[in-house]
Write a protein that binds this ligand. Sequence first.
Ligand SMILES: [Zn+2]
Ligand SMILES: [Zn+2]
Length: 169
Amino acid sequence: MIVNVNKISEKGYALNDTLDIDNAQLLEEGSGFLEGVEFQLFFKRQDRRIQAQGKIKTVISLDCVRCLEPFELRINSHFDIILFPKELIDTRSTALEEEDLEYIFYENDQIDVEKILVEQVNLFIPFKPVCKNECKGICPGCGANLNMGACPCDQAKNEIKFLFEKVKR
Ligand SMILES: [Zn+2]
Ligand SMILES: [Zn+2]
């Protein structure tokens, strides 16, 4: 989905739609879209500098880093970003700080809406996602999901403890 910069007038340009995005665009391993990305975008233009304000709504599936089970993450977020023409880095590359390079650029007067949405979704995904704060994870001994209850190792551990206590006595 491409928006031509010339479409953005002084008054701005609004775009509301839903876009299906390929799972390969997600940076987090094992993640995937469960729904299309619903978005509302409003572009404002100041010469070659474009401000994009928007809202995105979607649901993605992530693998919990503790219990390894997939879980759903609802994304409902706002953003306010600035887009610059890519030509700008070629002419003023020395003037741009490294962090400026994290801005989204547009090329040939074309704004790639998907690129903006993908970046926002990736920003929303937490580092080391967990299904819930109190997730107990898996047992290092037998690999059982400890959210489902105690595993056989637990019992074994208690038995060893019991024997140990007995020996001490
Ligand atoms: Zn978990
Ligand atoms: Zn176990």
